[in-house]
Design a protein around this ligand. Structure first.
Ligand SMILES: Nc1ncnc2c1ncn2[C@@H]1O[C@H](COP(=O)(O)OP(=O)(O)OP(=O)(O)O)[C@@H](O)[C@H]1O
Ligand SMILES: [Mg+2]
Length: 305
């Protein structure tokens, strides 16, 4: 199994709002600093990566976002069009066929095709080469949709491989699927928070990825980890004290300490579940007290990831 930094396709997924884009940005910065050419591909996202990288808004065309980093916010319709044009080897033929509202409606209704348009496009970027034959990007980071949709997206190539008759679509899906399951080439990066629900969801997602889909998990990032202030004994004392009626008389410091103590307890429980139930040891990113969606915060997280 290759080290994460040597893989060519990273799929970042996890529950909504846990820090997937932040982690994708931190990996992009860390990899670019080590001299790699990195493409970050987002899935039709409400675009926040540009604030993290300090560049112009990122649209549906690939753009250079920072030194060594390119980015694209893939849109299903445009991705499908590019793919169709590639597949038919002619943009004109594609327009004749597809600039027809019945054909378009039909394609929009094919289950999984929108997902494949995005996932397939991200994969296709891993195959792009420069004029001298070298790789255009050393690594493509897919900022994938949140848990349920992310899984649905990752299931699509397998379904195509299993049921679509031989042809171009299946050939590409097969190539992509082989790459996705190769732990030397691809790695799924699961992002989670040290809280109960995200932990449960992450463990389920990890089981689905490794069991049902046989995809390699390269890293589990527990994001927004608090530095523990209290020992187990102190936590018990604080939580008990906070339950006493005196608190209702307004001991704000005690209430704050007790709330912090509860968060630390839940965090400790989550970290211990993740450590025992995951196939690999998780990595941690600290909770930043400043706005994390800035280039300097992302550089700080990049050092730690
Ligand atoms: N380690 C951190 N410390 C402080 N704030 C953080 C940290 N990581 C992420 N955030 C903040 O949390 C918010 C959500 O992060 P982000 O956009 O990366 O999540 P996401 O999983 O990509 O969300 P979505 O599912 O909506 O795409 C952002 O405002 C981000 O700046
Ligand atoms: Mg995001």
């Amino acid at each position: 199994m290759a080290a994460l930094k040597d893989r060519r396709f990273l799929i970042v997924t996890g529950k909504g709002g846990v820090g997937k884009t932040t982690v994708a940005a931190a990996h992009a910065v860390a990899l670019a600093q080590s001299g790699k050419r990195v493409l970050v591909a987002m899935c039709n996202a409400k675009e926040r990566l540009s604030a993290m990288l300090g560049c112009d808004l990122i649209g549906a065309d690939v753009m250079r976002a920072a030194p060594g980093i390119w980015a694209v916010n893939m849109a299903p319709e445009q991705a499908l069009e590019e793919y169709g044009a590639l597949a038919l080897n002619s943009k004109m033929l594609y327009s004749v066929l597809f600039d027809n509202k019945y054909v378009r409606t039909f394609f929009r209704a094919v289950p999984g095709l929108q997902e494949w348009a995005l996932l397939g496009k991200a994969w296709w970027h891993t195959t792009e080469t420069l004029a001298d034959g070298s790789r255009k990007y050393d690594v493509v980071i897919l900022d994938a949709p949140a848990t349920g949709h992310g899984l649905d997206m990752l299931r699509v190539p397998k379904v195509i491989v299993d049921i679509v008759p031989p042809g171009l679509l299946r050939r590409d899906a097969e190539r992509a699927w082989n790459m996705f399951r190769d732990p030397d080439a691809t790695g799924v990066v699961l992002v989670t928070l040290p809280e109960e629900m995200p932990t449960t969801e992450t463990l389920e997602l990890a089981r689905a990825l490794t069991g049902e889909l046989d995809l390699p998990i390269a890293q589990v990032v527990v994001n927004c980890v608090l530095p523990p202030l209290f020992s187990i004994q102190e936590r018990a004392t604080l939580e008990a004290a906070a339950l006493q009626p005196v608190v209702t008389r307004g001991d704000a410091a005690l209430v704050a300490a007790a709330m912090r103590s509860v968060r630390e307890r839940v965090q400790a429980e989550s970290l211990s579940r993740l450590a025992t139930e995951l196939p690999i040891a998780p990595a941690f990113l600290p909770l930043l007290l400043e706005d994390a969606a800035t280039p300097s915060a992302i550089r700080e997280l990049a050092k730690r990831i």
